[in-house]
Write a protein that binds this ligand. Structure first.
Ligand code: FE
Length: 343
C-alpha cells in the first residue's frame, strides 16, 4: 500500500479508534504565527495536532490520490475558490455545528444542505495594490481593469499568475468583462510587468520600496505585517508604499476567504468538529486579526488592528461575486495565463 506508506512516512499514527486525542490537519496556511493557535487548541482540549503543509493545489491532489486511505481530518485552504472546487469534487464531508452557525456569516460558508455545511471561512483578506506614490497616483490605478493600461508599462510586480490569490482575482475580473476582453487584459498585465514573477507578495512590496516597480499586487496582511514588524527596515519598506483598495467606485475590492473543512474520510471526526469550532472562538479570531493581520470572519468578535485601520481596512467596498463562478473559471483562467505567457 503506497498510500499507507506515505502516511506512515509523514508520521501519522494509525488511528485505531476515534477517541484517540489526535487530529491530522492538511494545511495551506503558511503563516508562522499560527502555531500560537494550534498550541492553544492542544492546551485546552488535550488533542494533539499532526500538521502537514502544502499549497492549496498540492493538498487537493494529495487528498484525491489518498482517497479513503487519507489520514486527513481537517483541511485548511487559503482560497475560497479552491474550497468550493474541493467540495464539488467530494473531498469534504458535511457537518453540523450550532456554534459555527451562530458565529460565521452565511456568505463566508458553503451553502447549507440538510446534512449540514461542507466548509466554512475563518478569516478574509483583501487583494490590493501597494504603489510607489512618487511614480503613480492612486487614481491611475483605481481599478483592477487599469492594470493593463499601457501607462503602466514596466511598472507591475506580482507573484506567479497561477497562484490561487491571483487566479481567483483574475477569475472575478474576467467574469465581469468577458473572456475576450479578459484575455486581452491579462496580456496587458504581462506587457506591464517590471520583471518576471518571483517570490511572494512581500517580495513584490519590497520591490516597490526598492524602486524596481511602481505597483505590487498584494494581500492586505502582508502590508500590515511589514508595518507592524519589529525590524525598522521592514517598517521603512511599508512607509515607502501607499495602499490602494481597487474598484471602490465600481464593483468593490476582491476579498478572499481562508477557511477549513472536514475531510471526506476523517477518522477523528469529533476532534475535527472541535477544531473547526475553536477556529471561530474569540481566541482564534483575534489571532487571525492580530497575529496574522487578516479580517476576522466571526460576527461578534471585535478586533482592533491599527495597521489595517491605517490603510483603510475598516471600511471598504467588498466585491460581491458568487464563489461558484470563480471556482468554475479556475481552469479557463489558467489556460488563458498559459496562452498569454503569464508565468
Ligand atoms: Fe498568504
Amino acid at each position: 500500500m503506497i498510500v499507507a506508506t506515505v502516511a506512515a512516512a509523514l508520521g501519522f499514527q494509525s488511528q485505531l479508534h476515534a477517541q484517540e486525542k489526535v487530529l491530522n490537519i492538511y494545511s495551506a496556511r503558511h503563516y508562522q504565527a499560527d502555531s500560537v493557535m494550534y498550541d492553544e487548541f492542544t492546551r485546552t482540549t488535550g488533542i494533539r495536532i499532526n500538521r502537514i503543509e502544502s499549497d492549496d493545489a498540492g493538498i487537493l491532489a494529495r487528498l484525491r490520490a489518498e482517497g479513503a486511505a487519507s489520514p486527513a481530518d481537517v483541511v485548511l485552504l487559503v482560497d475560497a475558490a479552491r474550497l468550493a472546487l474541493a467540495d464539488s469534487q467530494g473531498l469534504f464531508q458535511p457537518f453540523r455545528s450550532a456554534r459555527l452557525d451562530a458565529a460565521i456569516p452565511p456568505n463566508l460558508r458553503a451553502a447549507p444542505t440538510p446534512e449540514g455545511v461542507t466548509w466554512t471561512g475563518f478569516s478574509t483578506r483583501a487583494r490590493v495594490f501597494a504603489i510607489d506614490p512618487q511614480r503613480l497616483r492612486a487614481e491611475d490605478v483605481a481599478t483592477y481593469e487599469q492594470l493593463s493600461d499601457p501607462k503602466l508599462r514596466g511598472m507591475i510586480c506580482t507573484r506567479s499568475g497561477s497562484h490561487p490569490y491571483n487566479i481567483s482575482l483574475f477569475a472575478t475580473v474576467i467574469d465581469r468583462i468577458g473572456d475576450q476582453r479578459g484575455e486581452a487584459w491579462l496580456r496587458g498585465i504581462v506587457a506591464n510587468k517590471a520583471r518576471p514573477p518571483r517570490g511572494g507578495d512581500t517580495d513584490q512590496i519590497r520591490a516597490v520600496a526598492a524602486g524596481e516597480c511602481a505597483l505590487a499586487i498584494t494581500n492586505t496582511y502582508y502590508v500590515a505585517r511589514l508595518m507592524r514588524s519589529d525590524n525598522p527596515a521592514d517598517r521603512a519598506v511599508a512607509e515607502r508604499v501607499r495602499v490602494v483598495f481597487p474598484n471602490q467606485a465600481t464593483t468593490g475590492t476582491h476579498v478572499n476567504i481562508a477557511g477549513g473543512a472536514i475531510a471526506r474520510h476523517a477518522r477523528n471526526r469529533d476532534n475535527a468538529i472541535a477544531f473547526m469550532e475553536f477556529m471561530a472562538t474569540p481566541f482564534a479570531q483575534k489571532h487571525f486579526a492580530d497575529g496574522n493581520n487578516e479580517f476576522a470572519a466571526a460576527r461578534n468578535v471585535r478586533v482592533n488592528n491599527p495597521a489595517l485601520s491605517a490603510i483603510g481596512g475598516d471600511n471598504f467596498k467588498v466585491e460581491n461575486i458568487p464563489l461558484d463562478v470563480v471556482a468554475r473559471n479556475l481552469v479557463k483562467v489558467q489556460q488563458m495565463l498559459d496562452r498569454v505567457g503569464f508565468k
